[in-house]
Design a protein around this ligand. Structure first.
Ligand code: NAI
Length: 331
C-alpha cells in the first residue's frame, strides 16, 4: 500500500483530482490518499496558502499528486507552486509531450520531453522597484543547478532510448546566466558520445517547435523557457487538457498537470481531466506500478479513439466526471 498526499488545488483542481483518483483506484493500485488543502482553499481554512500540514504530509509520504493552485497576478501572495518546488528541492520538472491516437491535431506522432530546471532563474522572484518608475528582476543561474538538470536530461535520454538532447537558452544576449547553462551543457555532452547534442536559442526554438516538432527529442532548459515552451508544446498535441508533468527531487516527487486553474471551467464539471490522470500515470511509473500505468494509458487511448466521450476542449460535450467514468469503465 502507498500513502500519497493528494492536493486537489484551486479552480478546476478538485474536479480533475477527483477524476484522476477514480481512474487510478480503478487500475487496482492500493493507495491511501491523504487529502491536504493548499492555495486559496487553504487560506480560507488555515489563513495560509501553504499550511504546515501540507509540507508534513508530503515529507512523510514522499509522493504527492497535485492539482493546480492559483497565483494572484501582479500582487498578492507568492506562488505556492514555486515555494513547493524550491523548499522541497524538486529540481527536475519533467513534461512529456505526446500525440494521442484519437485526438485531432495538425501534428501527428509527436514524442518530445521537456526537462525544465525547477528551482532558479527568474522564478526565484528576486525583484524590486527602483524608485517609482523602474523595476528590477534578478535572474539567478548556478553551475550546480545547471549541472544536475543537464546530467539528468542526458541520463534520462540514455535510459529511455532517446537519440538527441537539445539545450535551449538565450546565451547570445544573457552571456553570463544562459552562457553558464550552455557551457555546462556542452561540457556534459562530451560524456555522452552516444547521444546527439545540439543547442537552440529560445526564440528560434519556439519557431522550430511549431514548424518541425518531429525533429526534437529531449529538450533541456532553464526554468522560464521551460514554463513558456511547455504550454507551446501542449498546444501541439491537443492543448493543456492533455499535458502531464512531474516535479522530481532526489528524495520525493510531486506530480501535477502543466495547466493552471482554468477559471472559466471551474465548478462546471467541464474541464478535461486527462492531464491530471496522466500525471497520476507518471506517479504510478515512479512508484514502479507499470502494469497499472499501462492499463490507464490503454484505457485513455480507447476512449479517445472511440470518440464518443470527449470533453469540450477536444470538441465534445462530456463532463469531467463522465470522461473519468468512461476511462475507468475501460479499465
Ligand atoms: P490555465 O492553464 O489555467 O488556462 C490556460 C487555458 O487553457 C485556458 O483557456 C483554460 O481554460 C485552458 N485549460 C487549462 N486546463 C484545462 C483543462 N484541464 N481542460 C480544458 N481546458 C483547460 O492558465 P492561466 O489562465 O494562465 O492561469 C490561471 C491560474 O492558474 C493563475 O492563477 C496561474 O497562476 C495558475 N497556474 C497554476 C499552475 C500550477 O498550479 N501548476 C500552472 C499554471 C497556472
Amino acid at each position: 500500500m502507498y500513502d500519497v498526499t493528494l492536493i486537489p488545488g484551486d479552480g478546476i483542481g478538485p474536479e480533475v483530482a477527483a477524476a484522476a483518483r477514480l481512474v487510478i483506484d480503478a487500475a487496482g493500485v492500493n493507495i491511501c490518499w491523504e487529502v491536504r488543502q493548499a492555495g486559496e482553499a487553504a487560506i480560507k481554512e488555515y489563513g495560509s496558502p501553504l499550511p504546515g500540514a501540507v509540507m508534513d504530509s508530503i515529507n512523510r509520504n514522499k509522493v504527492a499528486l497535485k492539482g493546480p493552485l492559483t497565483t494572484p497576478v501582479g500582487a498578492g501572495y507568492r506562488s505556492v507552486n514555486v515555494a513547493l518546488r524550491r523548499t522541497l528541492d524538486l529540481y527536475i520538472n519533467l513534461r512529456p509531450i505526446q500525440s494521442y491516437k484519437g485526438i485531432k491535431s495538425i501534428y501527428q506522432d509527436i514524442d518530445l520531453v521537456i526537462i525544465r530546471e525547477n528551482t532558479e532563474d527568474f522564478h526565484t522572484g528576486i525583484e524590486h522597484m527602483v524608485g517609482e518608475d523602474a523595476a528590477e528582476s534578478i535572474k539567478v543561474i548556478t553551475r550546480k543547478a545547471c549541472e544536475r538538470i543537464i546530467r539528468y536530461a542526458f541520463e534520462y535520454a540514455k535510459k529511455n532510448g532517446r537519440k538527441k538532447v537539445t539545450a535551449v537558452h538565450k546565451a547570445d544576449i544573457m552571456k553570463c546566466t544562459d552562457g553558464l547553462f550552455l557551457e555546462t551543457a556542452r561540457l556534459a555532452a562530451a560524456d555522452y558520445p552516444e547521444l546527439e547534442f545540439e543547442d537552440r536559442i529560445v526564440d528560434n526554438m519556439a519557431m522550430q517547435l511549431v514548424r518541425k516538432p518531429e525533429e526534437y527529442d529531449v529538450l533541456v532548459m532553464p526554468n522560464m523557457y521551460g514554463d513558456i515552451l511547455s504550454d507551446l508544446c501542449a498546444g501541439l498535441v491537443g492543448g493543456l487538457g492533455v499535458a502531464p508533468g512531474a516535479n522530481i527531487g532526489d528524495k520525493l516527487a510531486i506530480f501535477e498537470p502543466v495547466h493552471g486553474t482554468a477559471p472559466k471551467y471551474a465548478g462546471k464539471n467541464a474541464a478535461n481531466p486527462t492531464a491530471m490522470i496522466l500525471s497520476g500515470v507518471l506517479m504510478l511509473e515512479y512508484l514502479g506500478e507499470f502494469e497499472a500505468a499501462i492499463k490507464i494509458r490503454e484505457a485513455l487511448e480507447k476512449v479517445f479513439v472511440e470518440g464518443k466521450v470527449r470533453t469540450k476542449d477536444l470538441g465534445g460535450t462530456a463532463s469531467t466526471s463522465e470522461f473519468a467514468e468512461a476511462v475507468a469503465a475501460k479499465i
